[in-house]
Design a protein around this ligand. Structure first.
Ligand SMILES: [Zn+2]
Length: 447
């Protein structure tokens, strides 16, 4: 598909969709929802069976709220039905010949799940990605480095969205830092996409090699996804300070698309592509539907995806949705993700997310920003312990650093950690290539 001929100073890539008055947007969603639920019922073994069992029919969709009558699906549904009866299994709505691409989940919580796409799905996804890139400030004169993994990962093909917008797309992938720093120096790209932890690590590595990320490179925008860091203000600002570039948080998921939501310049949540996804928030324990603004589990229904419709997919992400007007002028609702359902822990009746702890570690002075969290049960209560690193060259006594961080954690989360352990810079061992693992869960009855 040829790139659109949009003036560089035009704010919106697709103003008709991005700024559609909400009543009109909801009317469009309703039409698409009716068609999608009918399509899913008529073409999918799984939906035919479960809708019949639940006593619901596509004719029951008369308003957007009617989706609440339909059963939920989740990762387990995908896992239990994939490869059953055919290669793509009972949730796939098209013959295998019509599937042109598949992505898989990382498999971090079990067997990887496979997500099929038709050519139409794939094209729509890349058009949407181009729109989100434009929203992030990318223009056709940008040189874009795609620093994400290409192997089975749904973030890989997002690079095509940059080409569609007209930018120069440099397909780098998940290469060692030395190679990536060479690309940044040699080709002077202006936009890069990595994970937030890796954006931080890469900036630090650049400094170790004698580069100043602000002046030796030309990066003006860093797109991040795959971890919550891009929506944690202190993390985002630390990366922005390090690079002298703005950080924009993106969101996608292998079960749906690599392009589901992106931050705008207001940096208050991520606009979700409501022309293609209907979003609900539900109580994570009971499934009861919650109002906009209330914290709960985010649930998505695809409105356009043909290879595998997802009707009421429970994501395991905890957050809230706002659909009041955004200062950027877009009318699309915004999602605000607080953390993963399975990483939330309750200490003294207070809900704590790893993102709360990251906020403190990145905001406190005198630390490297690296951390790890251990959650465990002791004497029938849940406790948490945090390890941090003292900044390079810091002479502050370890016990003073620990006391300071403990106090800040108590203030921000409402509960004091059982212990803060302080390491010297670089000794914690969490700094890794691309995706960091910082959360150790030793609770006995979780999941
Ligand atoms: Zn906005």
């Amino acid at each position: 598909m040829a790139k659109k001929n949009i003036p560089y100073d035009q704010k919106y890539y697709d103003p008709e969709i991005e700024c559609m008055p909400r009543p009109q947007l909801e009317e469009m969603q309703l039409q698409r929802l009716k068609e999608m639920v009918r399509y899913a019922y008529d073409n999918t073994v799984y939906y035919k069976r479960t809708f019949d069992e639940a006593g619901v029919s596509p004719d029951d969709i008369q308003t957007l709220e009617d989706i609440q009558k339909f059963p939920f699906i989740d990762k387990k549904t995908e896992r239990d039905t994939q490869h059953v009866g055919s290669f793509f299994g009972e949730m796939c709505s098209v013959p295998e010949e019509e599937v042109v691409f598949m992505a898989t989940s990382s498999g971090s919580t079990g067997v990887p799940t496979v997500s099929p796409f038709t050519q139409e799905d794939f094209d729509l996804w890349q058009d949407t990605e181009a729109r989100l890139f434009w929203q992030a400030g990318m223009r056709p004169n940008d040189r874009y480095v795609h620093g994400l993994n290409f192997a089975l990962y749904v973030g890989g093909p997002d690079v095509i969205g940059a080409q569609r917008l007209g930018a120069l797309a440099i397909w780098v992938g998940a290469v060692p830092s030395d190679r990536l720093l060479f690309v940044l120096k040699q080709y002077q790209p202006t936009v890069i996409w990595t994970s937030p932890s890796y954006a931080w690590t890469l900036g630090e590595k650049a400094k170790e090699k004698g580069y100043d990320p602000k002046t030796d490179f030309s990066i003006h925008t860093i797109i991040v996804a795959g971890e919550p860091g891009g929506s944690i203000k202190s993390t985002r600002e630390a990366i922005e300070d390090l690079w002298g570039a703005k950080v924009v948080d993106f969101f996608g998921l292998s079960d749906i698309y690599g392009a589901c939501a992106a931050m705008c310049e207001a940096k208050d949540g991520l606009h979700i592509v409501e022309d293609q996804i209907l979003v609900e928030t539900v109580d994570p324990a009971t499934g009861e539907v919650l109002e906009p603004g209330q914290l709960g589990e985010l649930v998505y229904t695809t409105l356009t995806k043909k290879a595998r419709p997802m009707i009421r997919f429970r994501t395991g992400d905890i957050g809230y949705v706002t659909n009041d007007p955004c200062e950027c002028g877009r009318t699309l609702a915004r999602i605000h993700i607080t953390g993963r359902k399975d990483e939330m822990f309750i200490v003294g009746a207070v809900n704590v997310f790893p993102t709360d702890i990251e906020y403190v570690v990145r905001a406190e002075k005198g630390l490297t920003g690296e951390y790890s969290i251990r959650v465990y049960d002791q004497d029938f209560t849940t406790k948490y312990e945090v390890s941090v690193e003292r900044a390079q060259g810091s002479a502050e006594p370890y016990d003073e650093v620990a006391r300071r961080v403990e106090g800040a954690l108590k203030t921000h989360t409402g509960v004091r950690p059982s212990k803060v352990i302080v390491y010297d810079a670089g000794k914690l061992g969490t700094s890794s290539e691309h995706k960091a693992s910082r959360f150790v869960d030793e609770r006995k009855n979780n999941g």
